[in-house]
Structure formats: C-alpha cells, structure tokens
Design a protein around this ligand. Structure first.
Ligand SMILES: *Cc1c(COP(=O)(O)O)cnc(C)c1O
Length: 471
C-alpha cells in the first residue's frame, strides 16, 4: 500500500473509534449531568458533539477529545448565564456587564415583586382596576418637576414610542451634529424612520444656531428633537443653542420639544470632579415638553426607559398601541420606584451603587487596595498604582475619576506561576467562579478598585488566590 492510501484510511479508523452516545452517557464524568439537565438534553448535546467531531475528522483534522468537549458543553449549560461578575475594569456603567447594579433595597423589591403577586393594576382601597404607572408618575413628577412620567422597557423604546405617538407622517428637526449613533444599533435617523417620522437635518456638523431650526420649519414640521451627545464630543469651533432657546422657538411656532437625554442624571456630576452632565430637572426647567432617559445609566436603577413631561402628552403616549409592546415588567417598575425614592430621600449617594462608586474617596480606595495586596502577599507581589476610572455607559466621554488598582506585572506572575502569561491570568479570572473582569495594560493585569463593590472584596481576593495557586 502506498503512503497516500494509508492516509485515506486514517479518517475511517478515527470515525470508527468515536464512542457511541450510550457509552458516553455511562461515563462517570458525563453521567451526573443527566441529573442536572435531564437525560434527553444530554443525549442531544452528545449527538451534536459527535456529529461535529465526525465533521472535523472528515475534514482531515486529528480526532478531538470527545469526552472533554462534551463535558465543556454540558458545563456551560449548567452554569447560570447571568451569574454575578466582579467588575474590576474601572468602567462604572459597563454596558457589557449589565450597566448599573441596583441598590440592595431595589434588588429586594425586585425579588419580592417577582416571587409574589403585586397590586400592579389594582387600586387596593377601592378594589377597582388602576393604572400601573400612578405611583411612578407621582415619584417622577416630585423629583423632576415634570407634570407626569411613564416607564417603559428602555430608553430606545421611550424615544421610538414618543416619536411614533406625535411625529408619524410629519417632519422632525434634528441638528446635523445630533443625527448620531448611540451604539448597539441605535441610530437617530433609523429610529425616526421606524417611527414614520421624516428627519430634517438642520445646521452643520460642528455649528447649529436657533435660526437654522427656525428657517427649516414648514407646515409639515411637528417637533424639534434634541439628542444629548452621550458617548462622544465635538470640540473646537462649535455652537449649539441652549435647550431654553429651542423651547422658546418650539413654543412660539407651536412645535413639540423632545429631548433624548440618554443618561438622565438626577445629581450634579460636577460635585464629584467630573464635567457637568445635564440633569433631567434642568431639561424640564428649560422647557422641554418631553424628556426621555435610561433607568440603568446614571440613575442607577434596573433597565428601563423613562419619559417625563406634560401630563396630556404623557397620557397620549400611554394610549399609543406601541406602549403595550414596550412596557416595563413589574420587577423593573418595583426597582425603579425604590431607586427614585433614594433620590427623594437625599440618600442616593450612599445607597445607589453607581453614585457610591463615583463618590468613593481615593483614600478609601487605596486602603481597600492595600488590604487586597496584604491578603495576597504570600502568593503574589502586586503593586498599588494610580489609575483612571470612567463613568462609561455612554456618559461623560473623556472624563475620568482618579482611581487605584492592584497591578500584577507579567514578571511577577511568572515568578508565582511559571509559564502563566498576563492574558492567560486574565482569562482564568474571567472563567473562574465568580468571574473577575480586569483589564490588561502595558503587560500588567490591572484590577481597579473603584468598580468593585466593597462586599465583593473577599470574593475577589479568593478568586485571585485560586488562579495563582502554584500548580
Ligand atoms: C443610551 C442612550 C440611548 C439608549 O438607551 P437604552 O436605555 O440603552 O435603550 C438613547 N439615547 C441616548 C442619547 C443614549 O445615551
């Protein structure tokens, strides 16, 4: 037999050596999964892995470790997808890590709303059917000075709903600098088109004046949409009218002024050494008819989109058929209500995690970092360094907060665990339990203290001990 035909026989031999599904199921490392996932699911995953293995062999690859592969696939199904993660990235509102963690009280209210019945749409006093938004509307009104409020699924839905309610078939004026993409597929021109409204761009990319808006008004025009530059800046030779000036123009010409604020801060970020992020209260005071913002950015609550503004307008938004399609669930409503009460009571900086992180004094962060380093001193020599944390989540681009990180350089890692690279250490921490997400910078692993919840300090130290344990 020549060499070529021997090689052609190899795949057949490898295929025959693949185990049968029934054999796999009996293995001690696979069998326990039947208990956790049910036998049918395990059989199906085993069949899929075997089919994929056959495919690889026929493509000329060497035979894979089927048992290890199957174990890995089953393990992934058992671990809850949304288990708690330790955020050591230094990005406070991290969209990929679920944005804002909510306060303990908000989390508890969400749990209670989820596992019990709630008076969602019933007035307990009269026993009659009631609106699900009455309490939230009152809280929003007390906080922001608006007449009424409404909570929906997220801010993208809030903007789409408002535009669909008032602007379908009509024209909406938007500054050329604000016809932007916010991220994750949210583009202002697309949202306008989806709502049935026509976008009329006014001004230029860097400079737009009130007269640009005034000159663009026609019989078709129904609204001015102002979009906050959440995640970018335009600097240099720029001009934008004040919201107050746009409100004046809208009012005299009988148009609506709709503001997409994005982050929806209720507190002044400037009090914490950051640039001033426009607040919801300011937008209402300036004369916006409707203001839309996210519940899980600087508000620090669960995912939600919040609309505040004039009562008669909010009522029309509520009655639009799309309102039902984008409504918020009871757990989000419960968590949002508790979060809003933190602001009313003046305790948001102590209770709402994103504000606790923004407000944390650098000395406290340094102290916590020293404690981490001391608890790890027997296995690794970490360095305590100054870093810069960011607010993230499409808020305050370019703005940073001084922070402290535990830095673990490549050389130090290699001394503790020979052969372990910085990237591999970062990966092991990410796939650990709980997962820890840090950042790699300049051949060092950085674990930023500002975004780690103090109650996760012990878990972080333990996670590091596990992955740095000499093998
Ligand atoms: C973040 C943001 C949105 C989208 O809000 P979601 O709550 O993520 O849907 C819309 N507009 C602006 C200006 C934003 O910053």
């Amino acid at each position: 037999m020549n060499e070529r035909s021997t090689r052609d026989l190899q795949p057949q031999r490898h295929l025959r050596s693949l185990p049968a599904v029934s054999t796999l199921l009996q293995l001690p490392e696979i069998h326990p999964f039947a208990e956790a996932l049910g036998e049918r699911a395990v059989v199906q995953v085993a069949q899929e892995v075997l089919a994929a293995a056959r495919h690889r062999i026929l493509a000329g690859e060497s035979p894979p470790d089927v048992v290890g592969w199957l174990r890995h696939e089953l393990q992934r199904l058992i671990r809850p997808r949304l288990e708690p993660v330790i955020n050591a990235t230094g990005v406070i509102i991290h969209t990929n890590l679920g944005r804002a963690p909510v306060s303990e009280e908000a989390a508890f209210a969400m749990l209670e709303a989820a596992r019990r019945y709630t008076a969602l749409e019933i007035e307990l006093e009269s026993g009659r059917r009631g609106g699900r938004m009455a309490e939230l509307s009152r809280l929003l009104s007390l906080l922001t000075g608006a007449e009424a409020g409404l909570v929906v699924n997220n801010n993208a839905a809030a903007v789409l709903l408002v535009l669909s309610t008032f602007c379908a078939g009509r024209s909406v004026l938007v500054s050329r600098s604000q016809a932007v993409e916010i991220g994750g597929g949210f583009r202002i021109p697309d949202v306008l088109r989806q709502s049935g409204a026509r976008l009329v761009e006014v001004g230029t990319t860097n400079r737009t004046y009130v007269r640009d808006y005034a000159e663009a008004i026609t019989d078709e025009t129904v609204a001015i949409l102002s979009v906050h530059w959440s995640n970018f800046r335009i600097i240099g030779f720029t001009a934008q009218p004040e919201l107050r000036e746009l409100a004046e123009l809208a009012q005299t010409r009988g148009l609506l002024l709709i503001e997409d604020l994005g982050s929806g801060a209720m507190l002044d970020t400037a009090a914490f050494g950051l640039a001033h992020e426009p607040t919801v209260q300011e937008a209402i005071a300036a004369g916006a008819d409707l203001v839309c913002f996210s519940g899980d950015k600087l508000l620090g609550g669960p995912q939600a989109g919040i609309i505040v503004g004039r009562k008669e307008l909010i009522e029309r938004v509520e009655r639009h058929p799309l309102a039902r399609a984008v409504r918020a669930d009871k757990t989000a409503l419960a968590g949002t209500a508790v979060t809003l009460r933190h602001y009313l009571r003046g305790e948001a900086v102590e209770k709402v995690p994103v504000w606790r992180m923004i407000a944390a004094p650098i000395e406290v962060l340094a102290q916590r970092c020293r404690a981490w380093a001391e608890q790890l001193a027997d296995i690794i020599e970490g360095e305590i360094i100054r870093t810069e944390a960011t607010v993230g989540g499409g808020s305050l681009p370019g703005e940073t907060l001084p922070s402290v990180a535990l830095a673990i350089p490549a050389a130090t890692i290699a001394r503790s665990v020979p052969g372990l690279s910085v990237d591999e250490l970062a990966r092991r921490l990410r796939i650990g339990q709980p997962p820890v997400v840090g950042r790699v910078d300049d051949d060092r692993l950085l674990l930023d203290v500002r975004t780690v919840l103090p109650e996760q300090d012990d878990a972080l130290v333990q996670a590091l001990r596990r992955v740095l344990r000499p093998m």
